[in-house]
Design a protein around this ligand. Sequence first.
Ligand code: SF4
Length: 683
Amino acid sequence: MIQTRRGVCAYCGVGCEIIARVENETILSIEGDPNGAVSRGKLCVKGRYGFDFASSPSRVIGARIKRSFVAKNSAKMPQNLRSKLFLLTPLDEGFFSLPIDIAIEIAAWKSGEILQVSGGGAFGFVGGARTSCENAYYFQKFAREFIKSPNIDNCARVCHAPSLAGLRRVLGEGAASVPFDDIFKAELIVVIGSNTTEAHPIVGLRILEAVRGGGVNGEKAKLAVIDTRRVTIGKNADYEIIAPFESNLAILNAIAKYIVENDLCDLAFLADRTSGFEDYKAKILCEKSVDFSAIEGGGAIADQIAKLAQEIAAKKTIFVWGLGVTEHIDGSDSVSAIANIALLTGNIGREGAGVMPLRGQNNVQGACDMGCLPYFETGYKTPTAIGLKTPEMIDAIFEGKIRAIFNVGEDIAHVHSDISRVETALAKLDFLCVCELFMSGVARMADIVIGVKSAYERGGVYINAERRAHLTKPLIKTDAIEEYEFFAALKNAMSGSHDRVTPHDIWREVCERSGDYFGDLSYENLERSSGILWKGDRLYENGFHFEDKKARFFYAPPRETTQKHEKQGIFWLSTGRILTQYNNAAQTSETPRLNSKYEEDAALISPLDAVYFDLTKRYFLQSRYGKSTPLRLKIDEGIQKGAVFCTFHHARSGINRLFGGECDPLTKTPRFKAIEVEIKAGE
Ligand code: SF4
């Protein structure tokens, strides 16, 4: 019998509500839930067709253990454990398969050995953004309270950690201040560094609807797009700034300076609701403005900046951004610069005006909210000990300080920068344990791999980029375990206890411990809704989240601005996503209908540069840190001369090998959006 079941899309941070048709615990089709507050019955191609991965024959079923780990460790195991090794069955050249309870016993023994010798600080914990809040919460609780390790982090490190840091120091929270539907109430939408229609399509759709007349009283909202290349949504823009590489902060500060210089500030808002304006004003007015007119096409940029500044000051404005802002050496400072502009013009804390970072993974907001961060516990409380960020954990492995990593649903051997170094570090670990759906890069390096439920097989709370918590139910049933079950069993095995816990117990604890965020978000309340935004629909309507309720300006000068492209044969590389694939393609590559649309990464170049290459041949990209595998070059009209854009979905392309340790210093988020490369012929 065919049944319909409701859930939330397993991909991006938009968090669209879905309805699945299910038969014999197999998903037949998925559609947007017409009553969904986010999807409103619409889905992008990933939400609609990206479900075959759940029944892929490549799923990790049960548990696997690396042959070399067994060979190295079996003689040291206690007799009762060694006597169970006959239950291991050969799987492939690298792994045995084994029952999960034996995998847990071995993981408990090895973890106990490391804990006894080196203490909790020798453990690192990475992940949580692709699983439910209950699993993410239990993961960090296991790390902090049981293992006593402060080293917990999630994939926000490679995406929106700068949004959290940059917003929080100015406004008091590091999240979107308005719901997606406020896009319809804005008079101006400013999109910065976001290929919205590809990366967050249902938000992109809202923006296009607002621009076409779906806005306030049927008025057409205006649209400004700032990016280093022409993205699809820019075709609809009233103001389109094709930015020179590494100029985000210079442009944002130039907008702020124009507003201050030309007396366009909302003075009443500044007086009542902010602090530090006079100091900020003095600094921004002294900033040596970048002479955009000195670069090709730059005169138009200076003109656009002035016009856009006037529009922002005059109109209810929402600022939307993506990784084109955060994945730079000044990511956090650029986010603060956006918040500064919102404050200068009173564009925050009211309907149709605010800040909206577009989070990547389906529960990356939730993972941060739950405390899968080295500097925040659940509900953004400061922990007693500040732990290491993921790149610092990698350094600590080389120093011999970190000996074991537990990794949940984040392919750290693919999505981080300086991948060759990450791989070398992971190979040095005494113990690497991974919870995954598929044998991702990090899973292939792991000593123990635990096959866990996918987002369509587990229930629980997911929090999207609006701060909206959805309570989901499983679309299909499987025998796989959830991450919290693994870590609860591991804790019992290590401590000799017999504690039992359910997702409902865990969520109750979250709501109790962090009542200021989640007190109203009980399962019962969530069940009655299409999701609830923590701290209400709009933040800051009654003051900013500091003790004095006043926002705090934060000025930072641009660190580096590349105004023109001078080096012969050198291209600026930026990376990003394409609609039909998702991040490391863990799920999309196991979904033939999506994967067949984009089976390999390609490098896009300007038609002006294409004349120097034979497009029937392959070329590899070479940076000062590494090189990619040979790629196809394709012409894209939206790419600036001297620039190249590449997706990074397929690990075999080695795109992240091109990036080294350069990062936003505050958050260590890699500079994935700008590196100089050569394009070299060769297979
Ligand atoms: Fe899923 Fe994001 Fe597409 Fe919505 S926009 S259907 S959440 S991938």
